[in-house]
Design a protein around this ligand. Structure first.
Ligand SMILES: O=c1ccn([C@H]2C[C@H](O)[C@@H](CO)O2)c(=O)[nH]1
Ligand SMILES: [Zn+2]
Length: 136
């Protein structure tokens, strides 16, 4: 699948964002190595701390469906759903990615539009990360 197409899947998921407290709407589109796409949005909560980010929603949907091998994730969002900048993943989401992805080959794509995006490896955004291999 082309990056443009994966970005469009994230853009299409943005209206599902439930963000009545921050008004910061985020969507993600996670591509498996088998080329399946799982989308996610942020889901906020009146108690604040139960809030789930878009990236983790996408990962938890995929993992709960049995997926374990991931290629890349697109992240797309902004205040009131307007895109003024790239939206980087929070530290908690980077750690969740570290659980399931090879930091050298998993791509994190920060998108402003299907034509305007930046690509990072997980290793670049989470250097010296702690993962399942450290417990061996
Ligand atoms: O990469 C990010 C950054 C923030 N958020 C959400 C969490 C919260 O609902 C809102 C403001 O932090 O944006 C995400 O879903 N993903
Ligand atoms: Zn997060």
């Amino acid at each position: 699948m082309e990056i443009k197409e994966l970005i469009q899947r994230a853009i299409d998921a943005l209206p599902n964002s439930y963000a009545p407290y921050s008004n910061f709407k985020v969507a993600a589109a996670l591509l498996t190595k088998g080329q399946k796409v799982y989308t996610g949005c942020n889901i906020e909560n009146a108690a604040f701390s139960p809030t789930n980010c878009a990236e983790r929603t996408a990962f938890f949907k995929a993992v709960s469906e049995g997926e374990r091998e991931f290629d890349s994730i697109v992240i797309f969002g902004g205040k009131e759903g307007k895109i003024t900048d790239y939206c980087p993943p929070c530290g908690v989401c980077r750690q969740v990615m570290m659980e399931f992805c090879n930091p050298r080959t998993f791509w994190i794509i920060l998108a402003k539009s299907p034509e305007d995006y930046k690509v990072y490896t997980l290793e670049k955004l989470l250097p010296e990360g702690f993962g399942p291999g450290n417990l061996l």
